[in-house]
Design a protein around this ligand. Structure first.
Ligand code: ATP
Ligand code: MG
Ligand code: MG
Ligand code: MG
Length: 480
């Protein structure tokens, strides 16, 4: 038994041998040619059906989407674009095709919109597009592990259910083991969490950073890579309620090292995909080009998908301080003409995605790393710079995506951290363990968070984050 990818990769040795292959029918032409796909590759394998040798009742039942087990001889193919085909000697139908039900699904062989495909996320794995997207997603995940492994990082896992709620990264989903019909409450009607299974209020993780810092204080270089949850109560094409985040944390590192790490890391993954996902990228590249044609000329991408990826790894990312960015934005035509929904008026303003996109797509026309943000708009743990006004924060912004990475050098000085926590109303008692990490050999350290799906969006050329995660979870979507 083989999978189609193996077969196509190394068919010379088995030419004229019999093999057994299994898959789903993508098309059945002229009652003679089956295009079989098993998910291992974008390519279909052509099966040639010989009526004289096969049971006619079986052949009559071969329909799009049914699953087959086929034994036959591997022969060279005359057809264009395929190296081999299989002369079928035996065909067994493994799974029936329910015609009436299928008519209502995205398995029906015609073009379906992404919205309709999204409603049938459980079936879209069978399409060329989503086959490619999810194979690329898998390759990206693998490349992430490979990059860190090669750079001597250790993969650690941080809690999914956590009581560390002071991170301030986003809205949280609470977790409870209470019987929902008997939630204990105090005299003021507040939930009494001391009675809960966990003995305190807990939530699903919004970031593993604080725990990763603790691990880095012993292991040196670590990364987490796991599901992350944010109750983002808005429908954007860049936010999910459940996504996958990669968070490296490195002891003895400053902000500049951290930016270098982020740039090397992103480039490594993009190069990996270019090298290892050629077939899928070619398919996605064509789709991307088709999609551009249907847009008004001014909105069309200047480069093809593959071209874009190749250019990104060639150029050094632009590094721009928040202060420079604010100047650029304040003096931009867009700002002066009132084209921004949020006009940029003064230093200190939080940047909105329209501002980030202006910088990346219009002003610099390249990936941009913004650094040294005002301390008021960033989290308590970021390292205070000597100017006492900014913190050593950085965001990597990508064309078409906006923020893809957010990171910082962390405040390693206990007393500065404590002052900052007071200022920002973060409870010291809750985070006693975090403060401990600054008490016994504290060192400068830095790290960042990358949203896996945002990177997959970038490398696949897809535009909605719901289309790069197998089962998207967003407001009002809990089908799966
Ligand atoms: P944004 O400004 O886009 O809301 P953020 O600043 O809230 O992102 P961080 O807390 O910095 O996000 O998290 C690190 C990274 O995780 C982000 O740069 C992004 O790539 C990713 N990310 C954050 N929130 C989401 C989400 N809801 N869905 C998918 N990815 C996300
Ligand atoms: Mg956010
Ligand atoms: Mg942000
Ligand atoms: Mg951020």
């Amino acid at each position: 038994k083989m999978i189609i990818k193996e077969l196509l990769g190394d068919y010379k040795k088995i030419l004229h041998h019999d093999i057994t292959i299994q898959g789903w029918v993508r098309a059945f032409r002229s009652n003679r040619f089956i295009a079989l796909n098993d998910g291992s590759t974008i390519h279909n394998l052509q099966i040639v059906v010989d009526f004289d040798k096969l049971d006619e009742s079986v052949i009559k039942n071969i329909k799009t989407a049914s699953s087959l087990k086929i034994t036959g001889e591997v022969v060279e193919s005359q057809g264009a674009g395929q190296s081999i085909e299989i002369l079928a000697k035996k065909i067994q139908i493994l799974g029936d095709h329910f015609t009436e039900d299928m008519e209502k699904t995205v398995l029906q062989p015609k073009k379906h919109s992404l919205e309709v495909l999204r409603e049938q996320a459980h079936l879209r794995f069978r399409t060329n597009l989503f086959g490619s997207v999810f194979r690329v997603r898998s390759a990206v995940s693998f490349a992430i592990h490979e990059f860190f492994h090669k750079n001597h990082f250790f993969y650690i896992n941080t809690p999914i259910i956590t009581g560390a709620d002071a991170e301030g990264a986003g809205e949280m989903f609470g977790v409870t083991a209470f019987d929902l019909n008997q939630i204990p409450r105090d005299e003021n009607g507040e939930v009494d969490y001391s009675e809960d299974f966990f003995g305190k209020k807990t939530n699903l993780t919004v970031s593993g950073q604080l725990e990763a810092e603790a691990a880095a204080m012993g292991l040196g270089r670590v990364y987490t890579f796991g599901p992350t949850f944010r109750a983002e109560n808005s429908n954007t094409t860049r936010h999910l309620a459940e996504f996958w985040m990669v968070e490296p944390e490195v002891a003895f590192n400053n902000l500049e090292n951290n930016i270098d790490l982020a740039e090397d890391f992103l480039k490594y993954i993009i190069a990996y995909v270019l090298k290892n996902c050629k077939d899928d990228l070619e398919f996605l590249d064509k789709r991307f080009a088709e999609e551009q044609k249907s847009k008004p000329e001014k909105d069309r991408a200047k480069e093809g998908l593959i071209e874009k990826l190749e250019n990104v790894i060639r150029k050094r990312f632009k590094r721009v301080s928040y202060t420079e960015a604010i100047e650029i934005l304040m003096n931009s035509k867009e700002n002066k003409k009132g084209k921004f929904k949020f006009p940029v008026e003064a230093w200190g303003a939080d940047l909105q995605s329209e501002h980030e996109r202006y910088l990346v797509e219009k002003h610099f026309d390249a990936p941009v790393v913004l650094f040294d943000y005002p301390k008021e708009i960033k989290a308590f743990y970021m390292r205070l710079n000597d100017d006492q006004k900014t913190v050593a924060a950085m965001d990597v912004l990508f064309p078409g995506i906006g923020e893809i990475i957010g990171g910082s050098q962390r405040e390693e000085r206990l007393s500065v951290l404590q002052d900052k926590m007071k200022e920002m109303n973060v409870d010291e008692h809750e985070l006693w363990w975090y403060l401990d990490t600054r008490k016994f050999g504290s060192v400068p350290h830095a790290g960042f968070g990358l949203g896996l799906e945002r990177l997959v969006l970038f490398v696949t050329g897809m535009t909605n984050i719901r289309d790069v995660i197998p089962f998207p979870r967003t407001p009002n979507s809990a089908e799966f």
